[in-house]
Design a protein around this ligand. Sequence first.
Ligand SMILES: Cc1ncc(COP(=O)(O)O)c(C=O)c1O
Length: 409
Amino acid sequence: MKVHKKINNELEQLKSESRSKAPERIVNSFIPAHDDKGPRFLLEGQGDKEFIRMNSNDYLGLSLHPDLANAGDVAAKELGANAGGVRFISGTTKYHVALEKKLAEFHKKEAAKIFSCAYMANLGIALAMMNKETFVISDQLNHNSIARAIRIAGVKRENKGFYKHNDMEELRKVLDNMPEGINRVIVIFDGIFSMRGDYAPMKEIIALAKEYDDMFEDGVITIVDDSHGTVAYGRTGRGTPEVTDSMDVDIIVSTLGKGIGAEGGYVASSKEIIEMVRQKGDTYIYTNPVTPAGAAAGIASLEIIDSEEGIALIEKARLNALRFRKGIEALGYDTIPGIHPIVPVVLRDTDKVNKTVKHLYDKGILATGIIYPVVPKGDETIRMQLSASHTDRDIDYVLSVFKEAKEMF
Ligand SMILES: Cc1ncc(COP(=O)(O)O)c(C=O)c1O
């Protein structure tokens, strides 16, 4: 095709700007946890070399839990390998409905709707709630899916406001300087910021929203995308709203594909807003839902999370993050303060990040380097993600490899 020439140029350009994604590693199988070792992963082309996964969003290790696989198995045998249609035609099964009920209860909201993933959930809530007369205020470090959703929903450039990451004075300034004719304001933000592991000051954001609510016909609505916070954070796994005592946030967007260990995304809120999503959220309406197996796995996961086993897993993830954080700081590495299982090891240098990630890989540790332009120059980081499935021995081994890496520079 003629277009290949231009595409190849663009791909080369991305490479030359260090913006192209590395080739994907293929996971062929895993070895379940045994003795004092957590799960190990075998990769295509790496023979029987075992890898510890330190770059997964599976914060509680639930994606490998037999109850989830079994629940999916039963649902697939009962109702087939997919739902057979979009939700409003023939694709709503008892598993989808039960999962939505459970998610609403989990977040103490009236209702919920599931999407194929959280990316689509952000698009869906934006299409349902934002229009040309809406003013949308975002944290500058919000996830790509939120920024994309606001664009797709057609919010005008002059109706977009931003505040510096977690800066409440700036948020107030944006609220103070609203253009004429705005009838609805939405403040939208990540709960946990995935590149940093820190969290939004939700209580302050909600207090500001309430303070300005009367000034707009439809009020000031708060939306948190807690994809990395849900189940990974807070004593009972209710995420950033639990940690910040902000369960009264208006709308929660989250994923089933990270800590919950299943598949899909969702929005939880009032009955009215969820009905609006069902009527106007195109990424809910015109697309396949998750499979019955995926929905059943989500239900099984939430049952575990709300049991003693789940509470213990959440606590283990917290303790593992703490062990790693203390160890890495004792080695003299910089981190960003926080208590989430994302622990960024801040190296502030692309070359150091690349060499350290390679050294970790050589020693059987999967970790992700995050370099400019994903983060500003000077913030180059290795994002380590702890999980309840790691053992003390795993963590101490990873720390010993970081110690070796430090000696390389
Ligand atoms: C804040 C945030 N929102 C949404 C997503 C997308 O989640 P999903 O994989 O379910 O689409 C991510 C994942 O990286 C995320 O970090």
